[in-house]
Design a protein around this ligand. Structure first.
Ligand code: FE2
Length: 344
């Protein structure tokens, strides 16, 4: 069991960091996430080493896991009322420690904390809360979410989009940070190999063919219009891909369809959707927890949130992690953007 040991190491590092810094220092440090990630990541490595654990083994185990819940790694401390929109994340003691927890975890794993310019203006952290009103985002934020991978129209790492080679890969991990969850609303995770075990070899074969179209998730739509002049869609790509360490996935129940509806591709996608529902595991992210979800080996969703808005209602932070060691600079925005903002 790697999780408790890693959680203990991260908690120790964050406690020392909080004690050694002022609020203002932490604000400034969080404005340079790349540097902070290296510092805190190395400290986590040292803490594991000091506890007699091999950091290399722990790192490999986490990177290979479909999901990892790191429980109680930070103290949520002072928080304002739960925000009613994705951005900005208020700069408060609790959100500082939550953001630092994600950044420290990614640093230890050798991953960069990244965002996409086309989603929420490239903000590195966004709040996931119930949004008031009647609009599309309000409706989505209060209901449940079926299984999906994030940034689903973007290519797998190592691949290029057929229409625009600048488009960066989707993230390796979706990282969720718990600030408030008074009703214990679970996030759901669907482990890919468990879902695939429920499919026929024919269905798996269909899902590996380049015959699916990938639309964009709602949070990217506006930014894509601004940056690309159109909403990005990937056409005739596979849902599953075999790589050196197994099979990886990109899928969304609401944004991925066979390019030609009907036939064997359609029934494979339908059966995959059913299999994901059958294997879904609920994980309630409590305040102080960090949930790392592999965006290649796992799908994620959420049970119904309900209509509690603001106040002390449910509040998670979300960010992404990607191994960018082989990522070409032209797949970042650069220029006036912070270095961690990927294209588009
Ligand atoms: Fe998601």
């Amino acid at each position: 069991m790697t999780e408790p040991k890693l959680a203990t190491a991260i908690r120790a590092v964050l406690t020392s960091w909080e004690q050694a810094t002022t609020f203002e220092h932490r604000t400034n440090a969080l404005a340079c996430p790349g540097e902070l990630s290296v510092v805190l990541g190395k400290a986590v490595e040292k803490a594991l080493d000091g506890a007699g654990e091999d950091p290399v083994v722990v790192r490999q185990e986490v990177i290979a896991a479909p999901f990892v819940l790191l429980a109680g790694v930070f103290e949520p401390g002072e928080l304002p009322e739960t925000p009613e929109w994705f951005t900005p994340v208020p700069d408060a003691g609790g959100t500082q420690m939550g953001r630092a927890a994600a950044i420290a975890t990614h640093g230890f794993l050798g991953l960069e904390t990244v965002s996409y310019g086309s989603e929420n203006s490239g903000e590195l952290f966004v709040s996931l809360t119930a949004i008031p009103g009647d609009g599309k985002f309000a409706h989505k934020s209060q209901g449940g979410l079926r299984g999906h991978t994030d940034a689903v129209s973007f290519p797998f790492k190592g691949d290029f989009d057929s229409s625009n080679s600048r488009i960066a890969p989707s993230p390796d991990f979706v990282t969720l940070v718990g600030l408030r969850n008074p009703k214990g609303v679970p996030t759901t995770v669907m482990v890919l190999h468990e879902a695939l075990a429920k499919l026929s070899p024919d269905d798996v074969r269909e899902l590996k063919q380049g015959q699916f179209s990938f639309g964009s998730q709602a949070t990217f739509l506006e930014g894509m219009q601004d940056i690309l002049g159109a909403v990005h869609t990937a056409i005739d790509e596979p849902v599953l891909k075999d790589v050196a360490f197994g099979t990886i996935v990109r899928f969304s129940h609401s944004n991925v369809f066979p390019t030609d509806p009907g036939g064997a591709a359609q029934s494979a996608a339908d059966n995959f959707e059913k299999a994901c529902l059958q294997v879904a595991i609920p994980v309630a992210i409590e305040p102080g927890d960090v949930l790392l979800v592999s965006n290649r080996l796992c799908l994620h969703g959420r049970r119904e949130v309900g209509g509690d808005i603001g106040g002390h209602s449910r509040w998670l932070l979300r960010t992404y992690a990607l191994d960018t060691s082989e990522l070409d600079d032209h797949r970042r925005h650069l220029g006036d953007w912070p270095p961690h903002v990927l294209y588009p």
